[in-house]
Every structure is written in structure tokens, then in C-alpha cells.
Design a protein. Structure first.
Lengths: 659, 338
């Protein structure tokens, strides 16, 4: 029995990433930890969005509040201005002054005093806690200030002030601007003063108290530590209200995404850089305030806005990491518990595979692996049993083989003895037979006196039967020799034409005796010399011709030597016009002691050994014999030899014969 | 990818790039026209008041107009004040910086100079005094000592006082001997005539609180810094004028947007200046450069008329001048039309 091919390490080490344990842990981590992280991520994102939204809406309401405060302030300022204008035009001689009527200095002073009084008393008039209007002044259509609550303004010209031209066209609200004359941020409300015919004779203007604007933005409730509201003017991007951050300048061009958007007239919200410290991102709500020609900004630093979110997210991330660690550890333990029995089973399987059939899995779990272990044990049991069974069968087979081998040897020995016996007997038979034939010849030649007709006839019969018996014995001797491997093929050069002529001469006598035509044909392509055992060839041809003549009642017998179509060999072809061989017999005619028909065998002389000998000889000479026949039409025996006969050892040839 | 195919790819791209460049109609097949050299005569030394010109140079606005501008320092050289109008009339400078009063006077004197843009749209000229001086209105100057440069400035002060019903003799007018604010600080003068964006800031820097009265608030308007050239230049090289004004306005627009960068540009021309001082003066200048969203560089006829009327009425200018010929806004209109 061949050894089962086992490599020294039959079970390769599984790469780390392919290991069940690794894959189980990874799957566990991906499924559990992954989903935890995803859930946490989504939660955080939503939390952040929510917190951002909340801050934006808070800023939005602050901005709304500031806007309404500004509107209220401007409304009050308009009311105050209207009141003062009404008082001014009704109670003072401002119109005559504007119409260039000569007024005494005291009359002029009276107007100024009146203006001052109205400016200081505005608080009572509208119930405000403080002045909405800083000072009031009146200028003529040339821009010359003719009266003022602040006497330092008197005699100044306002032609270069931005409100001057618009004020000539009607009541006007000058949005905040940086007044070069005073170096201050200024806002002005103007009122037209007409004469009795409705012609514009002058303008009353009021400087608004800008402190109120700053107070509106200074109120920072709900804006935390970093939040603020402020106004940025469209004029040079100057601040209209102080920044809550140190180092600011009112007259500096401030930029930020929110400022730029608001100054384009857009309302909105966003996260962008702080106008003063670009490295600090802020959440901002911005809106355009047309009355002030300015942007109203409500902003809070992103860090502060998100502080709650940051705290929550820190906790959430911490918990997530904790859960992830626990999950990973659990996964590791579970993976170990799952993969350990499989590893054990693998080890046992490995032992079993290497022949350790006595190994058994010891796991007794109540799960699939337990079932697998049980099944594995059953399988190993079965395997053990089967192997034993096979061993028993093998022994029986060996015994049978031995018996057969002995029987074969015996049979061979018997055959050999039989052959030897036959050869010896034949040889011993030939000697007296030759004597019989010899003496018969001598008697026929009349060496013992002339024979009468009757004696001659009987003597001829005697000789004839003696010759047949000799032939038969020779044949038996031949076949025996062949079977006992005592025939030797001796290859040497011979002339096929000479062979053909000799045989033709020899056999034509026999043919004539039977009244048959005998023809011989030689293929001109046949070489002058061939290599082969001439004596055996002659025996083959004689056998075939004898048979042909014997089985042909009339017609002809032909002997042909020709070449194979592809010139690889040459052929001996014997054709007759005899009775033919029935198809069922074509296979058996070459066997010993067989003639086609048992009944006809008696009609024809012959032992039935001729074709068997012929076939064996042909095979021994590396040739091939075939027969074509049609019942009643004749037969054709074709013997083919390779062009150069090989010197082949007899043993080998015999094996071929046996095959 | 093998090094070979890399080289092949690179050369393919190179070939493509060359083809594209070669096919591009913008490809400079001929040598580019050399930048036009321009000489600009300033009215003072290199400092913040001309920041727009330095910024135009630094930010490449001159270069993009294909101009090579030489900024000639003004002020005093060897005790002689370099008069920009004379420099431009003589052809030494192509453009110059001067005031409306000086332009009108030059035209009265037959010098064909024309203002094309104003750097400061509001005049910074003011009576500057300390907040503690008890001066609030022109009449408060009576009996006070006022330091003012001799010449045009003194005349304008007198016009202003007269217009306020004050006899100039009631005010002790003394000539300014330097351009600092020491007379105010050490009390040798109660007020001085200077620029709010210069002396005004200087007082603050000395740790005192300044107050001021702009002469323009009392009808004495002026364009203190006008860009001008000759009638010849306007007639023969109008495109050059337009290019120069365009670059200059871009320069001053940048100044308004970013005073820090403008100060850096200024200090490149004069590293003896104090950065902080230049920056605060520049910031103070912004409302004058661009008051109430005005177009940078703009001038208006009303102001010109006032300037002329004041000077002519006071007989500072002794001959009639056609104000309409003294300035043109056509180049500003061209610049702002785009």
C-alpha cells in the first residue's frame, strides 16, 4: 500500500487577517462600535445644528430688539424735531430773520435762547429720560447758519455738509456720517421752513444725540461673554457704535462676511470671522438698516455659542469611547470562545489526518460546534472501522493472488511439459515414419521386385498416408516449438523474386494436378533484396498456397508480391477463386485445429494447424495477416511485412504472439 | 509609471502648452510697448498725504496702466520751496499737486494749468487750538495770538475774520516759524492755522486735546491737494491723463480700504517717518478723502466757485479768472463711466 502523501506541516498556518478570531472581532467591532459611532456622529451633528439654530434665533431676536429700539429712537427724534420746529416757527421771529429782515441783536439772541430752551425741555415734552436731540440750528438757503441752540454754530456754512443739498428738497433724515467739522459721528434731521407764500426760506436742522445709538448696542443682555451688537456704516465701513473688544477704532474700515453682506443690503446669518480678530469665528446675524445706512450686526463667538454643545459632545464622545472599548473587549472574549473549540477541533483533525486515529474531540458544548465535534468523532470512528475492514479484504485478496500465481505456474509448467512431450513424441514418430516412407519409395521403385497394379496402388496409398502423417507431425512439431518458444527467426538478406520463382515452380505442379491456373505477379517496385527469414517466409507462402489450392475446385490461384501503397512495407497476397470463408468464421480460421466447417474438414486434407502456424510466424516476423473473403467467390490472404525486418528477441516476439 | 512615460507625458503637455500659447491671440508676438515714463511733482515731502500715489505704485496700478511714474518730493530744497506749478509749466514734471487757490492764482498769472482731480475733497485747513483755550467761535479769537504762515494763508484768515465781523487788527496774527505745534503747547500762540489731519493729530500725540474751526465752515473753502497738469498735456495726451488719473484713484481707493497697507507703502518712500504717526494722520484723512460716499478724487463746481469768489472778493486774486477753465472733471467722468 502506497504511503498517504502528508507534508511535514499538513495544515498551513492561517494568515492573521483570515483567522476566524480576527474576522469575528473585526465584524463585531464594525457592527457594534461602528454603529455606535455612526449614531453618536448623527446625534452630535444634530445637536450641533440644533444648538447653532438656537443661537441664531437668539441673535435674531436680539437684532430684532435693537432694530425696534432704533426705530423707536428715530420716531421720538422726529416727534421732538417736529415739536421744536412748530414752536420755532410759531413763537419766534425766525421767518423774518430768514427773510433777511433786519433784526436787532437782542431779537436774534432771543431766538437762540428760545432754541436752547426748546432743546433742553424736550425731555418733558415727549416723556423721555434724556435728550433725543443735541442741538438745533437754522440755516438759510445759502447754507449760512442764522440761529442755533449752540452759539458756536452760528455763522457757520453748511454747504459742504452732506445733508445740505437734500435738505433743500424737503424734510430729510441724514444717516450717520463722520462730520469733518466736529470730528464726530453725526446724524441730522432737517425740516423745511417756508414763508407765508410757501417758498422755502430756510431749514431747521437737529443734531441727534448719538449716545443713544451706542446705548442701544451697549445693552448686551443675552449675548454672553463674547456677544455684541454693533452698527457698521456704509460710509467707509466705519463703526457707528463702540466695539466691546479693546483696540477698536471708530474710524477704521472694518470688513467681515456679515458686514459685507449687510452693507450690500442683505439680511442673513452665518458663521464667519470676527471683524476685529479674524482668527475668531463668530455666529452672526446681520441686517440692513436703511434709516442708518448701516448694517446691524449681532454676533457671538462660535466657541461660546457652542459651549453647551462642546460639553455635551465631550461627554458623548467619552461615553462612546467607553462603550466602544467595552464592546471591543466583549467582542474579543466572544471571538475567543467561538474560535477556541474550532482551533481545538482543527488540532485534533490535524492529528487524525496524520494517522492518530485514536484521537477524539472532547468538546461537549450544546451548540453547533458540539454537534460538529460529535459528528467529527463519528466520522473518525467510521474511518477507523473502514480502515480495519479494508485491511481484512486486502489480506484475503493477497491470499487469492498467491493461489492464482501458483496455479498459473503449474499450468505453465504443465503446458511446457506437454509441449516437450509432444516435441519428443513427434521427433520419435518421425524417425519410423521416414523409414516407412523410405521403404515405401524403395518398394515403389521396384527395388524388391516389380509390383503389380494392385500392390502398387496399395503401396502408393501407404506412402501418401505416411507423407500426410509426417506433415501432420511436422506441423505439430512446429506449433509446439513455437508455443514452447523454441523457434528462432533468422533475418538475413534474400531475393524475393528468386523465392517467388522457386515457389511458383514448386506449387504450379500441385495446381495443375487440380486443374487450376496458377499465376505469379511481382510488383516492379519491390526491392531486389529484402531482409527476413526466407525459410519461414517460404513456409508461410506454401501454407497459404496449399490452402488456396486445396479449397479451390476450379479457377485460379494467384501469388502476388507487391508494395504497400505508402511503400512502408511489402505484401504477400494469395488469391483464390475457391469456396470462400463465411463472415462468422473469419475470426476463428487462424486458431489451432479449426477449419471452417467441421463437415467439410473431412473432405479436405489437413490438420487445421496451417493457418495458426502461419499467423504465429507472421507475428513473430513483425508482420500482419489479414483475410478478405466472399462466400463462393474466393478468398484473399494478405500478409504485410515492414520493409526492413527487425532482429527481434524471441521472448519479446512471443509475448506479442500471446497478446 | 515609468520615468520614460513621465518624460513623454511632460513633453506632451509642454508641446500642448506651447501650442496653446502659440495660438493665443493675446500672445505678445511683438515686443510690448515700454511703460510711459511720467514725472509727478508733489507739493510736500513723502508722507501720508500722498499715500494714494505710493499705494498705486505698490499695488501695481501704475504698472497696469503701463506707466512708469517718478514721484518727485516737494517741500523745501536748499531753503527754496519747490513750486509744483512752476515745475510742471517748465516741463520738468508732467503732473503736479497743488491747491485750488494756487491754481487760480497761476491762471490769473497766465500759467495754463488745469486741475483734473482732488485728493482731499474737504479742505483740512483749520484754526487749531487747545480745548482748554476757551475758544469756541471766531469772535473768541479777538485779543488772542494766532500763528499762521505768511502769504496766502494769512490773507485767507483775514478774509474769514472779516466775514465774521471781526477786524483782523483785533487779533494778534503772528507768522508761523515752523510746522510743529510747539507754539500751542508752550503757549506762545493761542491758535494756529494748520491741517486738522496734521497739526490736529500732532496735538493729540503731544497728549493734549485739540479743538478746531475749519475755515471751510466759515465759507473759506479750498481744494488743498489737487492733481493738475497743463492744457497742452490735456490736449495732446488725453489718454495718458486718463491712465494716470485711473491709477491714482485706484490707489486712493485702496488707501480708504486699507490704511495699514497704505502706511506701509508710504514708509517705503520715506523710512524716517514714524509709522504710528503716519497711520493716525492717514486715518484722520479718510473722511476728507471720501466724505459721505463721495467719488474718490471728485471736485464740484460749487466749491470751485466759492473758492474763487472768496479769493477774488478779498482781492487775493487781482484779475478775473474763468473758473471753468481752471479744472475739468472730464477725466473723472471717464474713469467712473467704466
Amino acid at each position: 500500500m502506497a504511503a498517504f502523501p502528508l507534508s511535514p506541516q499538513p495544515f498551513a498556518v492561517v494568515p492573521f487577517w483570515n483567522r476566524l478570531r480576527t474576522r469575528l472581532v473585526l465584524n463585531f467591532v464594525f457592527l457594534t462600535v461602528g454603529s455606535i459611532i455612526i449614531v453618536t456622529g448623527i446625534t452630535l451633528t444634530q445637536l450641533r445644528d440644533q444648538s447653532t439654530r438656537q443661537v441664531f434665533s437668539q441673535l435674531e431676536s436680539v437684532a430684532e430688539l435693537k432694530q425696534s429700539q432704533i426705530n423707536e429712537w428715530l420716531r421720538t427724534a422726529r416727534t421732538v424735531t417736529n415739536l421744536i420746529e412748530s414752536n420755532l416757527t410759531h413763537q419766534t421771529s425766525i421767518r423774518p430773520l430768514l427773510e433777511k429782515k433786519h433784526l436787532s441783536d437782542s431779537a436774534k439772541e432771543e431766538i437762540n435762547t428760545s432754541l436752547l430752551q426748546m432743546t433742553t425741555e424736550q425731555v418733558d415734552q415727549v416723556g423721555e429720560e434724556r435728550r433725543t436731540v443735541d442741538d438745533v440750528f437754522v440755516y438759510d438757503v445759502d447754507g449760512q447758519i442764522v440761529a442755533s441752540s449752540d452759539d458756536t454754530l452760528t455763522n457757520r456754512v453748511v454747504t459742504l455738509q452732506p445733508y445740505f443739498q437734500p435738505s433743500l428738497a424737503g424734510d430729510y433724515l441724514q444717516s450717520p456720517y463722520y462730520d469733518v467739522s466736529t470730528g464726530n459721528l453725526t446724524m441730522v434731521i432737517t425740516k423745511s421752513i417756508d414763508n407765508s407764500t410757501g417758498k422755502l426760506i430756510g431749514i431747521m436742522a437737529a443734531h441727534l444725540n448719538m449716545e443713544l445709538l451706542s446705548e442701544v448696542t451697549a445693552q448686551r443682555s443675552g449675548l454672553g461673554e463674547t456677544g455684541e451688537t454693533y452698527f457698521v456704516s456704509i460710509e467707509n465701513n466705519y463703526l457707528l457704535t463702540p466695539s466691546r473688544f479693546a483696540g477698536y477704532e471708530m474710524t477704521r474700515a472694518y470688513q467681515s462676511q456679515g458686514i459685507n453682506e449687510a452693507l450690500k443690503g442683505q439680511d442673513g446669518e452665518g458663521i464667519y470671522s470676527n471683524y476685529q480678530t479674524p482668527s475668531v469665528p463668530v455666529l452672526g446675524v446681520y441686517r440692513w438698516v436703511p434709516e442708518l445706512n448701516a448694517g446691524l450686526m449681532a454676533e457671538i463667538s462660535e466657541a461660546e455659542a457652542q459651549i453647551l454643545f462642546t460639553k455635551t459632545s465631550t461627554i458623548l464622545i467619552g461615553v462612546t469611547i467607553l462603550i466602544a472599548l467595552v464592546a471591543a473587549s466583549l467582542g474579543l472574549v466572544a471571538a475567543n470562545r467561538l474560535s477556541q473549540p474550532i482551533k481545538q477541533l482543527t488540532d485534533i483533525a490535524s492529528h487524525v489526518a496524520q494517522g492518530g486515529l485514536s484521537e477524539r474531540a472532547t468538546m461537549s458544548q450544546n451548540d453547533e460546534i458540539g454537534v460538529l465535534a460529535h459528528a467529527f468523532n463519528l466520522m473518525t470512528d467510521r474511518l477507523t472501522y473502514n480502515i480495519k475492514e479494508l485491511d481484512t479484504r486486502l489480506e484475503e485478496l493477497n491470499a487469492t493472488n498467491e493461489a492464482l500465481r501458483t496455479a498459473t505456474a503449474k499450468a505453465r509448467e504443465a503446458a511446457r511439459v506437454k509441449g516437450e512431450f509432444l516435441a519428443n513424441v513427434s521427433h520419435e514418430l518421425r524417425t519410423p515414419l521416414n523409414a516407412i516412407i523410405g521403404f515405401s519409395d524403395m518398394l515403389l521403385m521396384g527395388m524388391s521386385g516389380e509390383l503389380n497394379q494392385k500392390q502398387r496402388h496399395k503401396m502408393e496409398r501407404l506412402k501418401e498416408n505416411g507423407v500426410r502423417l509426417l506433415t501432420l507431425i511436422n506441423n505439430i512439431l512446429d506449433i509446439t516449438r513455437i508455443e514452447s518458444r523454441r523457434v528462432e527467426i533468422v533475418n538475413k538478406e534474400f531475393a524475393p523474386r528468386a523465392l517467388a520463382e522457386r515457389l511458383s515452380a514448386q506449387m504450379s505442379v500441385l495446381a495443375e494436378r487440380n486443374h487450376l491456373d496458377f499465376k505469379t505477379q511481382i510488383d516492379p517496385r519491390l526491392p531486389e533484396l529484402l531482409t527476413g527469414d526466407e525459410q519461414r517466409l517460404e513456409q508461410i507462402i506454401v501454407n497459404l498456397l496449399s490452402n488456396a489450392i486445396k479449397f479451390t475446385e476450379k479457377g485460379s490461384v494467384t501469388l502476388d508480391f507487391d508494395m504497400e501503397a505508402d511503400l512502408s512495407g511489402w505484401r504477400i497476397v494469395v488469391t483464390d477463386t475457391g469456396m470462400g470463408i463465411p463472415p462468422h468464421a473469419l475470426n476463428v480460421i487462424f486458431e489451432e485445429f479449426r477449419q471452417v466447417d467441421g463437415s467439410s474438414s473431412r473432405a479436405y486434407k489437413g490438420s487445421g494447424l496451417g493457418l495458426a502456424i502461419t499467423r504465429n510466424l507472421v507475428r513473430m516476423m513483425d508482420g500482419f495477416i489479414a483475410v478478405e473473403s466472399e462466400l463462393g467467390q474466393g478468398s484473399k490472404f494478405i500478409v504485410t511485412f515492414p520493409l526492413i525486418a527487425k532482429q527481434t528477441p524471441v521472448g519479446e516476439l512471443l509475448e506479442k504472439v500471446e497478446a | 509609471m515609468s520615468a520614460f512615460s513621465n518624460i513623454r507625458l511632460t513633453s506632451l503637455f509642454l508641446a500642448l502648452a506651447l501650442m496653446i500659447v502659440g495660438c493665443s491671440p493675446a500672445a505678445p508676438t511683438a515686443t510690448p510697448e515700454p511703460a510711459t515714463p511720467i514725472s509727478f511733482q508733489m507739493s510736500w515731502i513723502h508722507e501720508y498725504s500722498a499715500a494714494g500715489f505710493y499705494t498705486a505704485e505698490l499695488n501695481g496700478h501704475f504698472a497696469s496702466q503701463n506707466l512708469k511714474v517718478t514721484l518727485e518730493q516737494g517741500g523745501f530744497v536748499d531753503g527754496r520751496y519747490i513750486e509744483p506749478i512752476d515745475e510742471v509749466i517748465s516741463g520738468k514734471g508732467d503732473f503736479g499737486l497743488s491747491s485750488a487757490a494756487a491754481i487760480l492764482q497761476a491762471r490769473a498769472d497766465g500759467k495754463p494749468v488745469v486741475a483734473i482731480s482732488s485728493v482731499l475733497q474737504r479742505s483740512p485747513t483749520a484754526l487749531i487750538f487747545l480745548k482748554t483755550s476757551n475758544i469756541h467761535k471766531p469772535k473768541d479769537l479777538i485779543g488772542k495770538t494766532v500763528a499762521v504762515s505768511e502769504g496766502g494763508a494769512t490773507q485767507l484768515l483775514k478774509v474769514m475774520l472779516t466775514s465774521q465781523g471781526i477786524d483782523p487788527k483785533q487779533v494778534n496774527i503772528v507768522p508761523r516759524t515752523d510746522f510743529g505745534v510747539d507754539p500751542l503747547i508752550n503757549g506762545t500762540a493761542d491758535a494756529l492755522v494748520g491741517w486738522i489731519i496734521n497739526e490736529g493729530v500732532a496735538v493729540k500725540e503731544a497728549g493734549l486735546e485739540p479743538d478746531f474751526m475749519l475755515l471751510s465752515d466759515y465759507g473759506i473753502a479750498d481744494y488743498a491737494t489737487l492733481i493738475f497738469t497743463t492744457e497742452d498735456t490735456i490736449k495732446n495726451r488725453p489718454q495718458l491723463v486718463e491712465r494716470f488719473i485711473r491709477a491714482t484713484i485706484e490707489g486712493f481707493t485702496d488707501v480708504v480700504k486699507d490704511t495699514d497697507n497704505a502706511t506701509t507703502a508710504t514708509l517705503k518712500y520715506n523710512n524716517t517717518l514714524d509709522r504710528g504717526q503716519q497711520l493716525s494722520r492717514l486715518q484722520a484723512s479718510i473722511p476728507l478723502l471720501q466724505p459721505s460716499r463721495a467719488r474718490i478724487g471728485a471736485m464740484d463746481k460749487a466749491t470751485w466757485d466759492i473758492v474763487y469768489k472768496v479769493l477774488r472778493d478779498a482781492n487775493v486774486i487781482t484779475k478775473d479768472v474763468d473758473v471753468n477753465l481752471a479744472f475739468t472733471t472730464s477725466f473723472l467722468d471717464l474713469v467712473y463711466a467704466q
